[in-house]
Design a protein around this ligand. Structure first.
Ligand code: HEC
Ligand code: HEC
Ligand code: HEC
Ligand code: HEC
Length: 488
């Protein structure tokens, strides 16, 4: 057989396997030790007595990766290092100026760090209150039930102090994803994820095992909104999926929901003075929106928790991490190509996404600065055409939310390449229109605007917050295709 035919056949077989997910998933778990896990047991060490292999792998999410294999996701390069996302993408520092994300925003690290990273971050990032524990601590569901609204609004450290000291910095634990009786997958965060599924008309009890292998991750790897009361205190938490459908939680549906609920305008963007909502790590929404791998029946666990052999057992790799850092082992379950080939595919997708993300980001930053100019002109007594201004604002927000969505999605486009480029293309379209309306409004008001808008980027990205965080130019991701400089 000629090599390309052989590859084609292997690819075809891979597709068939992917469509029969059971072939890709390990057999149902059998307890390997006669240890009973007590009801409501949170401590993973106790679970580990029954399932030592998974427990040992789970603990390893703390360990750094010895060799850098990822191009853009370098959060686990070495232990205590946190990667400054605002140095990666300086336009974000300008856009997020006005609250915590504009001060300190880091690349994700291993699961073991989730609470520890919160304790180390600039305190402005914890302003929302106890609600911040929701996608971090296995104690969150219990505390939410016990404290009601106080859970959301009370200061972060006060709610944290209710967790037994020895488990205070415990991140995602066995109980978050498993039923202790049969180790079946379960959703522990009823107050967020189950509600969100029901709001879309999905009965979470009917999800298949393969769907559950993604749903457990959707407890946290999703975007969420924190509604505020009149005093600006957090009063709840929800996923903005109400206007979407299973397999189609589109950016349009998310923006429409945000726009319909003024309580979720959580912060004020300093440059424009606009009250805004925010979008966080929307991995689940982005990936399930008709990506090739979702449609092929894959799951988050297929790529991030592949089988691995430990001693005589074949187990799911509970050392959850980037498949690139893990040398593409996960992909090989379904793809016959070499790790090098697969890695090149990932980088090629990510380079294209980053190039357009940078274009969209600086376009938003330019419009934000033009709003600053317009507001200054208005303060000086000039009249800004209201119709043009309103249109510009509406389009700017459309551009902004799309850009934030793609900047926050953690695969740099890989999870759904064409959807990523669609979202960013639209961000640029809305952003350029917003700029055109504003320039017209400013011209009408007799305000001269230079061809090149000075973004004053260093003012935002250098010397941030209480730690005076510095811009590190060596971290900046430049346009891989070298076009950005031509757009200023
Ligand atoms: C309880 C919430 C929660 C659940 C459930 C969860 N994650 Fe995470 N995950 C996080 C947080 C928070 C981080 C970032 C931690 C940090 O930077 O301190 C993270 C980080 C990651 C990373 C980056 C790791 C690295 O080494 O850089 C990957 C990959 C990941 N999660 C995948 C998954 C997958 C796949 C699932 C489902 C099997 C899952 N997560 C379930 C909260 C969660
Ligand atoms: C087809 C394989 C595949 C599937 C399915 C998949 N991912 Fe990924 N994921 C990747 C790749 C590849 C990357 C990029 C990693 C890199 O650049 O190092 C990534 C990156 C990530 C990251 C950032 C990792 C880091 O080191 O910072 C997170 C978090 C993540 N994925 C979570 C998820 C979640 C949650 C799901 C399901 C909703 C999911 N992934 C589905 C392949 C996959
Ligand atoms: C973020 C979610 C998550 C966490 C946390 C988690 N697991 Fe799992 N676990 C999974 C998934 C997904 C599977 C695959 C299940 C399937 O295919 O039905 C799995 C499978 C298992 C299995 C079945 C055998 C295997 O390895 O496939 C055992 C046993 C297990 N986990 C034990 C544990 C223990 C012990 C802990 C805590 C130390 C833990 N898990 C933490 C998601 C998780
Ligand atoms: C559960 C099986 C499965 C796993 C695991 C898997 N893939 Fe795939 N992948 C598929 C299937 C099926 C297709 C569609 C095949 C086709 O095009 O005929 C596909 C398509 C692709 C494509 C082309 C379409 C696109 O979205 O760009 C790339 C690139 C790709 N996979 C890379 C990867 C990488 C990298 C990994 C590991 C991080 C991976 N895959 C893991 C099953 C899988």
């Amino acid at each position: 057989m000629n090599p390309s035919l052989a590859r084609g056949l292997a690819y075809f077989l891979a597709g068939v396997l992917a469509l029969a997910p059971a072939a890709c998933t390990p057999p149902a778990p059998q307890p390997r030790q006669t240890v009973t896990i007590p009801d409501n047991e949170i401590d993973p060490a106790v679970w580990g007595k029954a399932y030592p292999e998974e427990y040992e792998l789970w603990k390893k999410t703390e360990e750094p990766i010895s060799a850098r294999r990822s191009k853009y996701k370098t959060g686990m390069d070495s232990g205590p290092v946190t990667m400054d996302k605002l140095s990666h993408f300086p336009f974000m520092a300008l856009l997020f100026n006005g609250w915590g994300f504009g001060i300190e925003y880091n690349e994700p690290r291993g699961h073991a760090y989730m609470v520890r990273d919160q304790l180390e971050i600039d305190s402005s990032r914890l302003g929302a209150g106890g609600v911040c524990l929701s996608c971090k601590s296995p104690y969150a569901p219990g505390l939410q039930k016990e404290l009601g609204t106080d859970y959301y609004r009370k200061p972060f450290r006060e709610v944290l102090a209710k967790i037994p000291e020895k488990n205070r910095d415990l991140g995602v634990a066995c109980i978050d994803c498993h039923d202790h009786r049969d180790m079946g997958l379960r959703i522990s965060r009823g107050f967020t994820l189950l509600e969100a599924f029901r709001a879309m008309g999905v009965d979470p009890g009917r999800l298949t095992r393969q769907e559950m292998r993604s749903a457990v991750c959707a407890q946290c790897h999703v975007t969420y909104n924190i509604p505020k009361d009149a005093e600006g205190q957090s009063v709840g938490l929800y996923f903005p999926w109400q206007k979407g459908n299973y397999g189609a939680i589109t950016i349009e549906a998310i923006i429409a929901q945000i726009r319909s609920d003024p309580r979720v305008l959580e912060w004020k963007q300093a440059v424009t003075g606009f009250r805004m909502a925010f979008i966080r790590h929307p991995e689940y929404e982005f990936w399930t929106n008709q990506s090739t791998h979702f449609r092929a029946g894959a799951s988050c666990a297929d790529c991030h928790m592949p089988y691995t052999v430990v001693g005589v057992h074949k187990v799911s790799d509970h050392r959850v991490m980037s498949p690139v850092q893990a040398d593409m082992k996960a992909c090989k379950q379904c793809h016959a190509q070499s790790p090098q080939w697969l890695r090149d595919r990932v980088f090629s997708i990510q380079d294209r996404t980053v190039s357009i993300l940078i274009r969209a980001g600086y376009q938003c930053a330019t419009v934000a600065k033009l709003f600053e100019t317009a507001h200054r002109a208005r303060a000086e007594g000039k009249t800004i055409d209201a119709a043009l201004y309103d249109r510009a604002k509406e389009f700017y927000e459309e551009a902004f939310y799309r850009t934030v969505f793609m900047g926050a999605e953690n695969s740099v486009g890989f999870h759904n390449p064409p959807e990523g480029l669609r979202i960013l293309g639209d961000a640029i379209a809305f952003g350029t229109r917003a700029e055109a309306y504003l320039r017209q409004a400013l011209a009408k008001a007799g305000v001269e605007v230079p061809l090149k808008v000075d973004l004053e980027i260093l003012k935002y990205v250098d010397q941030r917050g209480e730690k005076k965080l510095r811009f590190d130019p060596s971290l900046e991701f430049k346009d891989p295709f070298g076009l950005q400089d031509r757009f200023f």
